[in-house]
Ligand binder design. Structure first.
Ligand SMILES: *Cc1c(COP(=O)(O)O)cnc(C)c1O
Length: 488
């Protein structure tokens, strides 16, 4: 059996299902498989197993070994059958000399769907396996993307419910409608009179103050530090490799580079697991926007959150504390140093790893960043030259690819994390077109100009009935959760 330990203390050790169930370790660390060497796996075993879902079964089994093979097979089917609009789930597209792995064909048109389709099923099973009888009520604060993907993921999953708080006026109209039209019987979205931090602080306060908002209900979170969100993301690195082989673009064993638009370091950390498991990866290029805390860290070993926070046109990467980086630190620096660095980050807002630790990280990671302007130029250029339309997050990665690029013959795969229609107004501007005044007409204008198909889940939101119209003050969030939990 795999042991999952806290990144800060190996004595805190639980089974895979218990790690999924608790989300975070009791000392504030994140759960990781204790020994990464134990996770080595002949990649042929994964890619020869079949399609995305079959590969998912192999990988989930490998990490979540206390669930059992039959259970995992059932959970994978439940997570992905009929939910994605591409039969490959994460199709690979050739763009110029490079490749784009499209991770956004799930229910809410963003890459978080890959993980948030999976987590609820892993969680509800973990609840049964660990003899928990309480209903699990998920609380999330969102500035947009996570909220709708989490609602879509938890919708209708037995033994769970979800309440999402978002800042009133702080999301795009598209993002708001994706949440407030969600038809799940166990989902709720509520606007907060305040900004994202108010929503986030409100949720944190509730977690501090109450465990059981009502009889038979326990609180939990769906954020990206849960190992049950990370592992499902490993699968698409294998899927990309398999598709390159199937397309005849690489020979078996050839190494590949991945360029990953990064915020909380979850997406790219999944790539690190794939690398350590044995998938032929040469470099993982960590692409950041103007919030370049990771670029500095990967180049200097100095992590410094004491810097200005920028709002960019790739908002899901606007992050100063990349939580999942702690998992990399555990494997490179060990638990003691990880605990030390995290303490320094909390107390002083910065830490510096040793030069040997940095050298090891640089062996696989490259840190690059790009500005909004560079991203805009990338959107326009790839559309005009290759007739390929990408969103603002993908365009940051594409720009970083341009900076990284050496003509070295190693195939380069850019991970695309959102449909261009999800951030349509910014995309329209990048193309040099006039904004039309509303998200709906912007989408139509974007379609008219590019003929890129509008995802089904986004095309219909304007007509769907609004089912969640609550707006409250931050001070009323706790009572709101108590009331909602009593209805479960
Ligand atoms: C969440 C998100 C990211 C960043 O992914 P991390 O795992 O947090 O690094 C990038 N792009 C989009 C569109 C996202 O929603």
């Amino acid at each position: 059996m795999n042991k999952y330990v806290s990144t800060r203390n190996k004595n805190i050790s639980v089974s895979a299902s218990a790690a999924v169930l608790s989300g975070q370790a009791s000392d504030g660390g994140l759960f990781v498989p204790e020994d990464i060497e134990n996770l080595k796996l002949d990649y042929h075993e994964v890619i020869s197993s079949g399609d995305f879902k079959e590969m998912a079964k192999v990988i989930w089994n490998h990490f979540f070994d206390d669930y059992g093979r039959d259970v995992i097979a059932e959970l994978v089917e439940r997570s992905y059958t009929g939910k994605f609009s591409s039969d490959k789930l994460t199709p690979l597209v050739k763009v110029g000399d490079d490749y784009v792995l499209e991770l956004y064909h799930g229910p809410t048109s963003a890459f978080k769907d890959v993980a948030l389709s999976a987590l609820p099923n892993l969680l509800t099973k973990a609840r049964d396996m660990n003899e928990v009888t309480d209903t699990i009520l998920i609380l999330t604060a969102t500035s947009g993307d996570t909220g709708s993907a989490a609602m879509a993921g938890f919708s209708g999953v037995p033994g769970t419910g979800i309440v999402v708080f978002y800042p009133e006026g702080g999301t795009s109209e598209t993002q708001r409608l994706q949440m407030v039209t969600d038809a799940g019987s166990n989902t709720a979205a509520c606007a907060i009179r305040g900004n994202f931090d108010d929503a986030q602080n409100g949720v944190k306060k509730i977690f501090r103050e109450i465990d059981h908002p009502s009889e038979g209900v326990s609180l939990s979170s769906a954020n990206s530090i849960n190992i049950g969100r990370l592992v499902p993301q490993i699968v698409y690195y294998y899927s990309a490799y398999k598709q390159l082989l199937d397309m005849g673009e690489i020979a078996d064993g050839d190494k590949v580079d991945f360029v990953v638009p990064t915020g909380n370091f979850g997406d790219i950390m999944a790539g690190y697991f794939a690398y350590r498991m044995g998938l032929p990866i040469r470099q993982l290029i960590c692409a950041s926007n103007k919030n370049d805390v990771l670029t500095e860290f990967l180049n200097s070993g100095h992590y410094n959150r004491k810097r200005e926070f920028f709002k960019t046109t790739s908002p899901s990467m606007d992050i100063l504390i990349s939580s999942n980086l702690e998992r990399l630190l555990y494997y490179v620096c060990g638990e003691e140093n990880t605990a030390k660095y995290m303490k320094q980050l909390e107390a002083q807002g910065e830490y510096t790893i040793s030069s040997s630790e940095l050298a090891e990280i640089k062996g696989i990671f490259t840190g690059l960043c790009a500005s909004d302007d560079e991203g805009r130029a990338a959107i326009r250029k790839t559309f005009e030259e290759e007739h390929y339309l990408m969103d603002t997050h993908t365009s940051i990665a594409w720009s970083c690819l341009g900076k990284y690029k050496k003509k070295d013959g190693v195939p380069k795969v850019v991970l695309s994390t959102a449909s261009p229609y999800k951030f349509c107004s910014s995309v329209l501007e990048a193309l040099g077109l006039e904004l039309t005044g509303s998200d709906k007409t912007d989408m139509e204008a974007c379609y008219e100009y590019t003929k890129a198909p509008i995802p089904k889940g986004l095309a219909g939101i304007w007509e769907r009935p609004v089912l969640h119209s609550d707006v409250i003050d931050p001070s009323d969030m706790k009572q709101y959760v108590i009331d909602k939990s009593a209805q479960k």
